[in-house]
Design a protein around this ligand. Structure first.
Ligand code: FAD
Length: 437
């Protein structure tokens, strides 16, 4: 008996419910990845990371006696073609929540039904399945705290070992895997389950300091596991279990990820429409301002530092994401959607649920129970980068400015300011914000 495991963003062999269950139940299994041209050019950084992760997965599957079968084209059509070639009885895949992924799954189900093939979806994208926890009278939680309480009290599934063996059907060709194409960020992390597992192991000893250090921008004490979680090089359950204490501040962050997945499952328009009913959306549109923000040339050092970190590494510190997004929407009054698109182009961890969910939270259109909270980039900078080290690292024009004075270059003496190749601060027309005074 033969089955296909259609891989999408679950590029690992450890704790992979679809792969483990299928390998246990069938004699022959085709682990299949279809390079989908619709998703190809959204982000050179992510495409590179994907290819690196696929190469690592191929190695891991070969180590188990199998291989990664790679095809190009429409994932539904290609899966059916391979199913015919090998005489498969069914297709297994990890359930996903984005609009694109849900449509793909629906199309796959419809086609498979026509050809009398079984389709089975498995958990694995989140710790707790979206839809598993429902508040009374709703299909998903709209507020984080009650969700977190329910999530922490919930029994989690068992973590699974890799399949003992993966046996391919005779005659199936694995297909070439192109070399990873170039990305845009010179210092981007490298994809792959092996790198991810090493990263988790190396980082875990610092976990006890997470609560104190996760908001320290220059200390850089967070796990940087997000790209690996995004691509499923690591299972979120593995990460949460490794951290031990379910109530810890780190596991709470992993819960935010699950939270936005269940929000997206309940509200698939999350990347285009305001989530909160009645949210005011009187945004401005200003291409020059958006461009200055994108390039890290707003003249507000903490904002520029964050944007430049993202362009250099394909990753940005969470506090910097909050500050750069807050600056775009609350200080400049610009629409959050172009901000989502810029992040989505650069971030290795960029995904619909977390990117749009967090942007909407910041913009006040999302799940924040205090949508009208104020925003002051300088107060944020002085609190989370008190000595200015994060800014000096990413904005070399200001490397010679000592201490926290680096956060407000407009206050420097004129003769010094004139020597700096750094723009004056960008503000919304007609506004003199408090932080500029
Ligand atoms: P850690 O602090 O080590 O946290 C561990 C894990 O918890 C992360 O890897 C991540 O999977 C999860 N996590 C942490 N914070 C959040 C959060 N606020 N929401 C959801 N999950 C979280 N995260 C993404 O994975 N993809 C995105 O596209 C994304 N876009 C964002 C956009 C904005 C405007 C903001 C404010 C945040 C965004 N985040 C996104 C959330 C967060 O910034 C990153 O997950 C985090 O910075 C990743 O770094 P880390 O792995 O070191 O995190």
């Amino acid at each position: 008996r033969t089955a296909i495991v259609l891989l999408t963003r679950d590029l690992r062999v450890h704790d992979h419910p679809a792969l483990a269950t299928t390998c246990a139940a069938f004699d022959r299994v085709v682990p299949l990845y279809v390079l989908d041209p619709t998703l190809a050019d959204r982000s050179p950084n992510r495409t590179r990371f994907l290819h690196q992760s696929l190469a690592a997965l191929r190695e891991a599957l070969r180590g188990l006696g199998g291989d990664l079968v790679v095809r190009h084209g429409d994932p539904v059509a290609e899966t059916l073609r391979v199913a015919r070639e090998v005489g498969a009885e069914g297709v297994a895949l990890s359930a996903d929540v984005s609009r694109y992924a849900s449509r793909r799954e629906r199309r796959l189900r419809a086609e498979c039904e026509r050809q009398r093939l079984a389709v089975k979806t498995f958990p694995g994208l989140t710790v707790v399945d979206p839809g598993d926890l429902r508040p009374g009278g709703g299909d998903h939680y709209r507020v984080f705290s009650p969700y977190h309480r329910a999530w922490s009290g919930r029994a989690w599934r068992e973590e699974l070992a890799p399949p003992r063996r993966v046996t391919l059907p005779d005659g199936v060709t694995a297909g070439p895997l192109p070399d990873p194409p170039p990305g845009e960020s010179p210092d981007a992390a490298v994809g792959g389950e092996d790198v991810a597992r090493r990263r988790l192991k190396q980082w875990l000893p610092t976990l006890p300091d997470y609560d104190d250090l996760h908001d320290d921008m220059v200390g850089d004490g967070t796990s940087r596991l997000s790209p690996y979680l995004r691509w499923g090089c690591l299972s979120p359950l593995t990460v949460a279990n490794a951290a031990g204490d379910r109530g810890s501040p780190f596991v709470r962050q992993v819960c935010w990820r699950d939270f936005y997945y269940q929000v997206t499952a309940g509200f698939p328009e999350i990347s285009t429409k305001a989530y909160r009913r009645g949210a005011t959306e009187d945004w401005r549109y200003d291409d020059d301002a958006l461009d200055a923000w994108t390039r890290g040339r707003t003249g507000v050092p903490i904002v520029d530092a964050g944007m430049r970190q993202m362009r250099a590494e394909g990753w940005m510190h969470n506090r910097a994401r909050l500050i750069t997004a807050g600056f775009l929407t609350k200080s400049l009054g610009l629409d959050w959607r172009p901000g989502v698109a810029v992040f989505f182009r650069w971030l290795l961890d960029g995904d619909v649920a977390n990117n749009s969910g967090n942007w909407q939270w910041v913009a006040g259109t999302g799940n924040d129970s205090r949508p009208y909270r104020g925003f002051n980039p300088i107060r944020q900078a002085e609190r989370y980068d008190p000595h200015g080290g994060y800014v000096r690292r990413w904005v070399p024009e200001l490397a010679g400015v000592d201490g926290k004075a680096v956060h407000q270059p407009w206050r420097l003496p004129d003769e010094l300011r004139r020597t700096l190749d750094y723009p004056p601060p960008l503000t919304a027309p007609g506004a003199e914000p408090v932080w500029l005074r």
